[in-house]
Each structure stands twice: as structure tokens, then as C-alpha cells.
Design a protein around this ligand. Structure first.
Ligand code: ATP
Ligand code: MG
Length: 680
């Protein structure tokens, strides 16, 4: 089975082959960007199945659901070559997805073992904040002293504790020392929050992992789970956290069947409690571990790799990896000075179209940026010039109020114990206030989720028709007999006038809701539809429906959301101080993470890399005068890195010229002083 023409291991080099066909012992592949880690992992899954592993006993854990789908397509292609259609079918049985997505699926199957009702609802981060807020209302807050933290901070603290394995006190000490005095109150709040979730049959994102871990660690249920899923493979291991590492340890205590791949130089999620220690300590946690390197980069040209390597070589921590480029020919990376963000947008658009005209489809081009709002000028320019694009990362479609409203009706129907959704629906209705809503919640609880119990309540003045329509709608939805898209249509009919009364752009919002109806399609199960939307929300209405099949689109993405991907041409926006590194990176550790993030961005490029640097930037976000500030080139482009680049001015002026004077109303020093002053 190891012949060079073996379709399962086709196209792999000897190192990759060794990794893909490694036996059952714990395996870690640590290797740089573009060395084929993901490719090798997919080949390994195909290899395991060909060697007789039950595909439905394989867990393939990735950072996004899209990544899992793509990998499983590759597994299917490899197996098709070896086993024909049966191979393709087998690939589809693998359990692939994010940690959270797979957790939800496992808990739907094994809920009974934990005494958990099967139909639990899943809270997203926003819901978590709302429920914490609700619980906070039941707490007596200490008077005096520092103000009690806002709901977003409370949510961050409780989630941090879950993911890092620290106590609340430890989280406060290391990350929020100014809130230490609130520790006892916060602990009570979190207890109330857990109780509420229990009563309302809700799990938040962290619970999904914690419950899965509890199941895996259980002396009775654990062994059954392990024999059901004897093989676990994890991509992007450098971005897992303590909780995930503990979970893996429980799924495979001695590491048998466990494969992890990652790159410590690309660790970019410490703000979500990810720790690169997982990768560094793998061999310690699993003494039987084999650690294999991969050293050939197949993605980027030598010119790009030289610059990326120079960027990461300046990191405080050494990421010792020898990377050899296989692609020798290609233009040097361009560093482009632009007058401002508008010129940057025009330059990037010109260049995108130029590349397209020379034969490089828009699909193979991407624009990457540190923060979602960095692309606004570019989005306007692209729209103006009719260039279609998809945007990833940033404000989520599901976080918009009207989308949350629509989904609240479905979630309420699915789980009448869900208080957040109940309140959300009720408070939308004209004439319904807090006290009536509270009464309605109580009635629903006492009647065990019977919407008929609301008939006892008098219709609110000024909203009789809406109230009646709502009372008619809910039992219908609760029965869940109609097709999901018809249910959504009913909700939209009720909601439309309410939306029109609230928002002036109701027509636009209505189109989003239309997209949700389309997304639900035919024959979708409501519970799994809601769980999927919560766990893997589309980043925009357009992304949720997918662009027209025949349409080529350029990808706009935050650097975080681009990890693992590759493009023929990559444009990096705002490669300046305050752009990347972000102005929010305040200590050395945060700066190092920004450096790795910049490295991730550069290593997405296969052939063309263009790094843009606007000389002036709008600095409204600093709370300064609404003006422009001079912005310096990012320090991550060290002289060594710049030596490998060609520099150019977008306007065609000499690259060394000063920025046009009138645009700058503050100097870099002013900006720094203002940032310092605001930090207090
Ligand atoms: P990242 O760290 O960015 O996630 P990676 O190590 O996962 O990168 P892949 O995405 O698997 O790398 O591979 C990078 C590119 O190299 C892909 O286009 C892949 O098809 C190609 N590739 C991988 N291995 C080989 C090989 N042996 N021969 C030719 N091309 C290869
Ligand atoms: Mg990868």
C-alpha cells in the first residue's frame, strides 16, 4: 500500500508519508506554514480508513466547520482513488467539525448518560451576556467601591476560567486585578448563571466542552466513549486551550489514536485562552509520543518565504524551523506607501483588477487586515467599481438585532424554558412591558411550557392585534409540524410590522431575514438548524446564502479568519503602527502575538504579496479630534524583512517623500500621548 502511485498517499513527500501512515501511537507534527500539515492530516484520515478504521469512529477537529468540510472532501478524493465510491461514502461518515460543533453532536447522542435532556439549547456569546445580566438583576450588589463589571466583562471572566482551568480569583489576579474586590459577588453571579442554565435547559459554548469532558472522564461512560471514537485528529493544535487539552487527554489518556498538528509560530488565539504550551508539552503529556517535523514549504515562493522568515526571526521566542521553499520563481513582495486609506483602497482595487486581467481569477485573491473595520474604505471602492467580494470575520450577521429577533421566536418554540428568548419575543410586542413579560415567563414555567397558559393574560392596550397573532403563532411553532421555512415565513409576517416601526432601514433588514428563510431550505430539522447557526454563524447575509455560483469573488478577511487558507495573491492592509500591531496590544506578550499574526497573514500568499501602508490614518477611534494622524510603517517589517521587498509609492511619487502636510493634524507623538492619557 506504500507504492508511489498509491492514491491514498499520492503527492506526499517521504516525511509527510511517514506521518500519514504512522501507527497508533500519539503523534505530533510541528511544522511551519505551508509545509502540508493539513494536507498530511487529510491523507492520514484516508490512510486510517483504508487500513480498516471505522470512519464514524474518527473525530477530525478543526478551527472552522468550513475547514473540516474541505479536509473531508480531500479525504474523499484520496479514498475514491483507492476504494471507489465506497471510499467516498466512508469519508462522509467521519465526524468532522470544530471542538464545539462536535461536542454538541456528541452530547445529542450521549445526553442520557449525563442526565441531560436531549433538546438543550445552545447559548452564543451574546446570549451568555444577556443571561448573566438577567442573573445579575437577582444579586444584591455591594455598594460603594469600584463599579461592578459590565456583562461583557463578566462573560469574559467566566469563560476565561472555564477555558484556562483557572479559578475566578486567579483570572482576576492575572487579568483583572482592579476587579478583585468583586470576587465573592462574581462567584455568586456565576453560580446563579449555572443554575439558570440548568433550569432552562441551556448550555453555553464552554459548557459544551465541559460536559463532553465530564463524559470522557467518567469511569463508567468514559471507556464507552473512547471505544466509540478511538481516533482523534486535531489541526491547528497551537490554538487549543487548557480545557481542550484536558478534553483530549480524557479522550485518549495514553495518546493512542491521537494525532495533533500545529505551528507554534502561528499561535494567535491567546485572547481566547489558547496556550502554545499544549504543543510544547505534548511529549511530556504523552510519553509515547512521536514528534515529526515537515520542512519543505510548498505554498509560497522563495521571495515571499524569505520575508516571512525574517519577520518571525525577530520574535522574542525562537521558533526553530528550517523551511525550504520549493517554488523559486516569483516577484518580490511589494511594500506600498499610500497617502491615506482611500488611496490604499484604490491601489488595491486597481491591482486586483490588473491581476485578474492578466489571468488570476478574483477567487484566488484575498485582502487581509487586522480589524474588521479596516476594510471599510476598500469595501466602498469595490462596490463603486462593481467588484464582487465576500467578507469573513468581524461583526456577525447573527449579532444583528433583527436576526436575533427572528431566531428568538424559533428558539422559544424549540425550548419554552429559555428565558432570554421568551423575554426577547415578548418585549418586541407593542404594549408589553417588563412586568407583563415577567408574568408571562412565570406562567410558561408553571405550565411546563404550554403557550396556551398565556391566554390568562389580558391583551395589552395598544397592541391587541399583535398579541393575538403572537398567541396564535406560538403553539403552531411549538408543534413543529410545518416545514421550517414555512415557520420562518410565519414569524416574518408577524415581525415585519414591528421591525418597520423600529428601524428606518427595515427593507434592508427584511432581506437578511429572507436569507435566513432561504438558508433553512427544505426539510431542515429545526433544532439542528438553530444549533448550526449558533455554532458556526455565517459572517454576513451574503456569505450565508453564498454568492451566486458563477460569480468570482475576492475574499476580504481578518487575519484571524484567514488562518490555514492560501491565495495566489494576498494584499495586507494598514501595515502600520496601530494597524498591525493593533493599538490595543499593550504588553510584550500581546505584541509578540501581533507579530505571529502578521506572519500568519504573510504566509497565506502563494505568489503575489502586497503589503500596504497608508501614511495617514483616520484616528477617530482614539477619541482624539476627528482628524488624521501620521502612521509609521509596522515595526514587524524589520530592515532584514524590507531587504527582501520592493518598495513603491501608490501615487507614483518617490517613495521617500513626506506625506502631504495638510492631511496631518496630529503627530505620532501626539497620538502616543493621547493613547497614554486615555489609559490613565
Ligand atoms: P498552514 O500552517 O498555513 O496551515 P499547512 O502546513 O497546513 O499550512 P497545507 O495547507 O496543507 O499546509 O499545504 C500548503 C500547500 O502545499 C497546499 O497548496 C498543498 O496542496 C501543498 N502541498 C502540501 N504538500 C505537498 C507536496 N508534498 N507536494 C506538493 N504540494 C504540496
Ligand atoms: Mg493547515
Amino acid at each position: 500500500a506504500d507504492a508511489p502511485d498509491d492514491p491514498v498517499l499520492a503527492g506526499l513527500n517521504p516525511q509527510q508519508r511517514a506521518a500519514a501512515s504512522h501507527g497508533d501511537g500519539p503523534l505530533l507534527i510541528v511544522a511551519g506554514a505551508g509545509t502540508g500539515k493539513t494536507t498530511t492530516l487529510a491523507a492520514r484520515v484516508a490512510h486510517l480508513i483504508r487500513e480498516g478504521a471505522d470512519p464514524s469512529g474518527i473525530l477530525l477537529l478543526t478551527f472552522t466547520r468550513r475547514a473540516a468540510t474541505e479536509m473531508l472532501d480531500r479525504v474523499a478524493r484520496r479514498l475514491r482513488g483507492a476504494l471507489g465510491e465506497a471510499g467516498e461514502r466512508a469519508a462522509r461518515q467521519v465526524w468532522g467539525g470544530t471542538f464545539h460543533g462536535v461536542a454538541a453532536r456528541i452530547l445529542r447522542v450521549y445526553h442520557a448518560a449525563l442526565g441531560l435532556p436531549r433538546d438543550f439549547s445552545i447559548l452564543d456569546r451574546g446570549d451568555t451576556e444577556d443571561l448573566l445580566d438577567l442573573c445579575r438583576g437577582r444579586l444584591e450588589l455591594p455598594s460603594g467601591g469600584a463599579r461592578f463589571p459590565k456583562k461583557a466583562v463578566c462573560a469574559a471572566i467566566v469563560s476565561r476560567a472555564a477555558n484556562s482551568g483557572e479559578t475566578v480569583a486567579e483570572v482576576l489576579e492575572t487579568r483583572y486585578p482592579h476587579l478583585l474586590q468583586h470576587e465573592p459577588t462574581l462567584r455568586r453571579l456565576f453560580d446563579l448563571y449555572d443554575e439558570a442554565k440548568g433550569e432552562q435547559n441551556l448550555l453555553d459554548f464552554d459548557d459544551l466542552l465541559l460536559f463532553w469532558e465530564a463524559l470522557a472522564a467518567d469511569p463508567e461512560a468514559g471507556p464507552a466513549l473512547r471505544s466509540r471514537f478511538p481516533r482523534v485528529l486535531v489541526d491547528e493544535y497551537q490554538d487549543t486551550n487548557v480545557l481542550q487539552a484536558r478534553l483530549l487527554k480524557n479522550l485518549a489518556p495514553d495518546g493512542r489514536g491521537l494525532t495533533a498538528v500545529g505551528d507554534d509560530a502561528q499561535a494567535i488565539y491567546s485572547f481566547r485562552a489558547a496556550t502554545v504550551r499544549n504543543i510544547l508539552d505534548f511529549a511530556e503529556h504523552y510519553p509515547a509520543a512521536t514528534v515529526l517535523p515537515l520542512e519543505t514549504n510548498y505554498r509560497s515562493t522563495a521571495a515571499i518565504l524569505t520575508v516571512a522568515n525574517a519577520v518571525i526571526a525577530a520574535a522574542a521566542e525562537r521558533h526553530e524551523k528550517t523551511l525550504t521553499a520549493t517554488r523559486q520563481i516569483g516577484p518580490p513582495p511589494l511594500v506600498v506607501r499610500c497617502k491615506d486609506e482611500a488611496e490604499q483602497a484604490r491601489f488595491v482595487t486597481d491591482r486586483l483588477l490588473e491581476l485578474r486581467d492578466s489571468g488570476l481569477e478574483l477567487d484566488k485573491q484575498a485582502v487581509l487586515f487586522r480589524a474588521s473595520h479596516h476594510s471599510l474604505a476598500l469595501e466602498l471602492e469595490l462596490q463603486k467599481r462593481d467588484v464582487p467580494f465576500k467578507k469573513f470575520g468581524g461583526l456577525r450577521f447573527l449579532e444583528t438585532a433583527h436576526v436575533k429577533d427572528l431566531l428568538a421566536f424559533l428558539r422559544l418554540a424549540e425550548n419554552p424554558r429559555d428565558e432570554i428568548s421568551t423575554l426577547r419575543c415578548l418585549l418586541l410586542l407593542p404594549g408589553v412591558g417588563r412586568s407583563r413579560a415577567a408574568k408571562a415567563v412565570a406562567l410558561l414555567r408553571e405550565s411546563n411550557g404550554d403557550f396556551g397558559s398565556w391566554k390568562e393574560l389580558a391583551a395589552p392596550g395598544g397592541g391587541v392585534a399583535e398579541w393575538k397573532a403572537f398567541l396564535d403563532l406560538m403553539p403552531l411553532l411549538a408543534a413543529n409540524r410545518e416545514d421550517l421555512s414555512s415557520q420562518i415565513r410565519r414569524v416574518r409576517r408577524l415581525y415585519r410590522p414591528l421591525m418597520e416601526a423600529t428601524y428606518d432601514n427595515a427593507a434592508e433588514r427584511n432581506r437578511d431575514l429572507e436569507q435566513i428563510e432561504l438558508l433553512a431550505g427544505r426539510g431542515r430539522d429545526r433544532a439542528s438548524f438553530l444549533a448550526d447557526l449558533t455554532l458556526d454563524p455565517p459572517s454576513s447575509a451574503a456569505a450565508s446564502a453564498g454568492p451566486r455560483e458563477d460569480e468570482e469573488t475576492v475574499t476580504l478577511s481578518t487575519m484571524h479568519s484567514a488562518k490555514g487558507l492560501e491565495f495566489e495573491a494576498v494584499f495586507v492592509l494598514n501595515a502600520c503602527q496601530g494597524g498591525i500591531p493593533s493599538e490595543q496590544a499593550e504588553d510584550d506578550a500581546a505584541l509578540e502575538e501581533e507579530r505571529r499574526l502578521f506572519y500568519v497573514a504573510l504566509t497565506r500568499a502563494r505568489t503575489h504579496l502586497t503589503i500596504c501602508h497608508p501614511l495617514t490614518r483616520h484616528l477617530k477611534r482614539h477619541g482624539l479630534r476627528d482628524g488624521y494622524g501620521f502612521s509609521e510603517l509596522t515595526p514587524f517589517l524589520t530592515p532584514e524583512a524590507l531587504a527582501g521587498c520592493e518598495t513603491l509609492a501608490a501615487s507614483g511619487e518617490a517613495a521617500d517623500e513626506a506625506p502631504p502636510a495638510p492631511a496631518a493634524t496630529v503627530s505620532a507623538a501626539d497620538v502616543r500621548a493621547a493613547i497614554r492619557a486615555r489609559r490613565g
